[in-house]
Design a protein around this ligand. Structure first.
Ligand code: HEM
Length: 449
């Protein structure tokens, strides 16, 4: 068993200036230690209250029971709205409901299974990328490239477009979305300039044009494979029979690209880091991968990779790729004795919840058995939420789990990973929870295949 050290959270909430600076640099260093033990915090800023909690009962209140009292965080809307329009991650109310009903069927397991060959090709390409020589290598670039291959193929299929430019644009867009601008933190209106966003906007415009081009191609040639983009064109609300406008399809493809790329890559880096420190676990994973993997990979292969699945879940407990989920208060509500009014901001700090010793015995210790079915059944559903929870739970969670499981299996089939340095990688929250050093590990080809 390996014990993973996280950041040392501040013992007390930070003062306003330090809080603003720290939030921009790394919110993980801003959330006070009490959050890890079920305490809640309310801080006033520019006439609003910022309420922070990491308690499962509060998560259930916000995301399920009283969800009508909340709307998407204004901070998230200001950060993402330009690029993602009114896609699922920023939409509220009737607009969200309609889009979710139409998009949900294309994320059903039987539909996602069609993407297994694409994911497997990318996983095998990742093995090629890490090469034949032994030595230290940063994992993050390799994982980002692999997730990029998958997102481009699954979103646009075999449609024709400039792949290299598209990949460069997705990269630019994600960098521009990386951290909240100071005007966003201060809740200043959208017309106040945000530095560094111009490049991201230009990339978003070009990406939106690619999405539209794939839609046009699909319309012109009904048979062409346009991945999720073409599937969204055909998707209908099961109850009303309504479809999505082209603009809404483009918004959502942009959303899937933004939400599905870096999250999975970051999770994979932390999983490999944790595996590299546990030789026995690694041998078990290698044996399971060799036993299960075949050509072509199918749903039965995935069913045999259960240890890989659990290891990725435990890695996301210790290092949740999305460290927190937030909402604005839309109608007055009381939580934990705190009166919250319209416009106040609530943050559910997943990173702290996942390390609360009252919810997770030995919270810093890696133990994939926490995700055996009997253990999961006994736990509060709202104590583990790397993908959020309630009706707005991540629509892509099954795709992400398939992707991570298969990539881990292909990598562990081919390589042995060991720690490359004594220093512990440091988690930095910039949209996702990234390792500060790109996650350098020793990678050596297994010769016993
Ligand atoms: C390990 C990978 C992933 C993680 C950790 C993750 C995490 C999350 C979380 C925490 C939320 C909830 C946000 C909130 O309630 O405000 C969310 C929502 C969402 N995610 Fe993911 N995600 C991952 C992969 C993906 C993928 C692969 C896609 C699509 C291809 C995707 C698309 C979305 C969308 C569209 C939403 C908004 C859903 C809605 O509000 O109806 N995510 N994700």
């Amino acid at each position: 068993m390996v014990t993973s050290r996280l950041i040392t959270p501040p013992p007390q909430p930070l003062g306003t200036i330090a809080a603003l600076r720290t939030l921009r640099r790394n919110p993980a260093e801003y959330w006070p230690s009490g959050l890890y033990h079920g305490e809640t915090f309310a801080s006033p800023l520019m006439g609003r209250t910022f309420f922070e909690t990491a308690r499962p009962d509060h998560a259930k209140t916000v995301l399920l029971d009283k969800r009508d009292h909340f709307e998407r965080s204004s901070l998230v809307k200001l950060m993402l709205g330009d690029a993602l329009g009114d896609g699922l991650i920023v939409a509220d109310g009737a607009s969200w409901k309609k889009q979710r009903a139409i998009a949900a069927p294309i994320f059903r397991q039987d539909h996602l299974d069609d993407f297994l060959p694409v994911i497997d090709r990318a996983a095998v390409a990742c093995v090629g990328r890490l090469g034949n020589t032994s030595g230290p290598q940063p994992m993050l670039p390799a994982m980002l490239d692999t997730a990029m291959d998958i997102i481009v193929e699954t979103m646009f299929g075999a449609a024709r477009f400039d792949r290299r430019q598209t990949i460069a644009d997705i990269d630019l867009l994600l960098k521009a979305m990386g951290a909240p601008a100071m005007p966003d933190l201060l809740n200043l209106p959208g017309w106040v300039p945000r530095l560094g966003l111009a490049k991201g906007k230009a990339a978003a415009t070009r990406l939106r044009a690619v999405c539209q081009h794939v839609l046009d191609a699909k319309r012109a040639d009904g048979d062409s494979d346009g991945g999720m983009t073409a599937r969204l064109l055909e998707a209908r609300d099961p109850e009303t029979g309504e479809g999505l406008s082209d603009e809404a399809i483009v918004d959502n493809i942009m959303t899937f690209v933004g939400a599905g790329h870096e999250t999975t890559s970051a999770g994979l880096c932390w999983a490999l880091y944790l595996i590299a420190q546990q030789p026995d676990l690694q041998s078990e994973l290698t044996a399971q991968a060799r036993n299960a993997l075949c050509d072509p990979v199918g749903p039965q292969t995935m069913a045999q990779l259960d240890l890989h699945w659990r290891v990725f879940q435990e890695a996301m407990r210790l290092y949740p790729p999305i460290a927190a989920v937030s909402r604005n208060v839309a109608g007055g509500i009381e939580i934990d004795g705190q009166d919250l009014k319209c416009g106040d901001h609530v943050t559910l700090v997943i990173m702290a919840m996942h390390r609360n010793p009252d919810l997770w015995p030995d919270p810093d210790t890696f133990d994939a058995d926490r995700f055996l079915p009997e253990a999961v059944k006994q736990r509060d559903r709202y104590a583990y939420m790397p993908f959020g929870a309630g009706p707005t739970i991540c629509i892509g969670w099954k795709l992400a789990m398939m992707e991570a499981t298969l990539i881990l299996a292909r990598l562990l089939e081919a390589f042995e990973f060991t720690p490359a340095q004594s220093r512990t990688p440091y988690p930095v929250v910039r949209v996702t929870t990234r390792p500060d050093d790109g996650m350098i590990l020793n990678v050596s080809r297994r010769t016993d295949i």
